[in-house]
Design a binder for this molecule. Structure first.
Ligand SMILES: Cc1cc2nc3c(=O)[nH]c(=O)nc-3n(C[C@H](O)[C@H](O)[C@H](O)COP(=O)(O)O)c2cc1C
Length: 463
């Protein structure tokens, strides 16, 4: 059942929602940080955080509390908390709403996070073109500092905490955590080999936790409610996917937007109850679940989990639209929840044109460091373009699979998979459409529906 909440979004519609006054008035702002810093040890903070079952909101879904527990004090080096607010994933537009409409939740989350992991400094890495986001974060930090919530003795506690905003020039690869760290240090934004992981050697070679902005903004709510209680708000609490989170719905829906909901809501609820249904009352063709890097699901797909041990068994034979949106449930469907901002595609959208649009993006954004990604993304684009132009062959259609498969697992960072997986998804789920182009049954000129593809493209670009 659809459970709309407003733990994070209560300040959203208000004319002073981003100010300290609103945060203190409506969300008991900074009371939780005060309580945590003055009554808990850092070990207790991490143990408590684990109970929240907050799965990282940046895309990979790693449990936040477990990540915090990887931080070990270093004899000579300081620790850092780095907040990822690059938000370059097409179709994803949730972190920006928090920065613009409830920035104090981020600052309070940083205070609790720094204390828990043993850091005194948090950097929030924001892409530069998000002007209002930067302004609101700067203002929030200034207000918190003026009140003594940041600085040498926050809430009177001898545990200095500072929060800084660092701007990035707007490259998708700089959202990848190790590229982000390079960029933060003033280097070229290229991914680093792992290990060492950031907890061992992150920012400036020091132990670092990188959290997505929404992940850290959820922390004050979780600690205010009690982390276990927070987790139980989710219908997927029993499989350790807890709490509430922001769900985005965009693409071909009547009401695109961002909603705060208990984890476990379904795509059907997002599209029809909150998104106002498919644009122009058209049937639904497909959904890309969480940002463009996650493989597409067809609306007519059903869950196939005949084995009772399979966690998806509960939904066996049901439409994928009725499976709760969760990190592990969607992995079970052969896709990913990713950033949890779904892109809706109405019947009539051209899958070939849509894949072409996506491949343009990935080709452009590949940093070029790894050959399989640099060359592979170029070939994926080139061949898809040929097919779309009616010049492709069946052999080349098969080559698309080969190219995508040769990217998988062969790159330094997950950008490679983020390119190859959606390509393989389109090819698997819409093979007939690709074949129709090769056979000349569909062409750009003949395909009257291509406009929908272009419209989709525009929306994806203008996310
Ligand atoms: C190409 C690429 C782009 C990414 N972009 C973002 C991003 O914009 N924001 C983000 O939080 N995570 C992004 N990630 C994921 C981060 O590498 C990292 O997993 C995340 O910031 C960790 O935070 P979390 O555990 O709170 O989700 C990206 C990953 C890849 C491979």
């Amino acid at each position: 059942m659809l459970k709309v909440t407003n733990y994070l979004t209560k300040t959203y519609g208000q004319k002073d929602g981003w100010t300290l006054a609103a945060y203190e008035r409506d969300l008991e702002g900074y009371k939780t940080a005060r309580q945590v810093l003055t009554s808990m040890t850092k070990e207790q903070v991490v143990d408590e955080a684990k109970k929240a079952n907050i799965r990282g909101r940046g895309g990979a879904g790693f449990p936040m509390g477990v990540k915090w527990s990887f931080m070990r004090p270093h004899p000579t080096k300081p620790a850092y908390l780095v907040i990822n607010a690059d938000e370059g994933e097409p179709g994803t537009h949730k972190d920006r709403t928090i920065m613009e409409l409830n920035p104090h939740s981020v600052v309070e989350g940083c205070i609790i996070g720094c204390y828990g992991i043993g850091a005194h400094v948090a950097y929030i890495y924001v892409r530069d073109e998000l002007h209002l986001s930067k302004e609101r974060l700067w203002a929030a930090i200034k207000e918190a500092r003026a009140k003594g919530y940041l600085g040498r003795t926050p809430f009177g506690k001898d545990y200095p905490v500072e929060v800084h905003v660092h701007t990035g020039a707007g490259a998708y690869i700089c959202g990848e955590e190790t590229s982000l760290l390079n960029s933060l240090e003033g280097r070229r934004g290229e991914p680093r080999l792992k290990p060492p992981f950031p907890a061992q050697a992150g920012a400036f070679g020091c132990p670092t936790t990188v959290n997505n902005l929404e992940t850290i903004a959820a922390v004050p709510t979780a600690f205010r409610l009690g982390c276990e209680e927070f987790s139980k708000l989710s219908t997927l609490h029993d499989i350790k996917d807890g709490g509430v989170r922001l769900f985005g719905v965009n693409g071909h829906v009547n009401k695109p937007g961002v909603h705060e909901l208990c984890v476990g809501v379904t795509m059907r609820e997002l599209i029809y109850d909150l998104g106002g249904g498919v644009l122009g009352d058209r049937p639904l063709l497909a959904v890309i679940p969480g940002g463009s890097s996650t493989p597409i699901l067809r609306a007519d797909e059903k869950v196939s989990a005949p084995d009772e041990k399979n966690p998806l068994h509960k939904w066996h034979d049901m439409s994928v639209l009725d499976v709760p949106l969760g990190v592990d449930t969607f992995r079970g469907l052969g896709t990913m929840l990713g950033t949890c901002c779904i892109t809706v595609m109405a019947e009539g959208t051209c899958p070939v044109a849509s894949m072409h649009n996506l491949m343009q993006f990935y080709r452009h954004e590949s940093c070029g460091q790894c050959t399989p990604c640099r060359e592979g993304s170029a070939w994926l684009l080139r061949i898809t373009e040929k097919i779309l132009d009616g010049r492709g062959t069946m052999e080349e259609l098969d080559q698309l699979h080969d190219v995508a498969n040769s990217i998988m697992g062969n790159t330094i960072c997950a950008f490679g998979e983020g390119t190859a997986m959606p390509a393989l998804g389109f090819l698997k789920k819409f093979r007939k459409d690709f074949e129709a182009y090769v056979k000349g049954e569909k062409t750009k000129a003949k395909n009257g529906t291509l406009a929908m593809g272009s419209e989709f493209a525009t929306r994806m670009e203008g996310h």
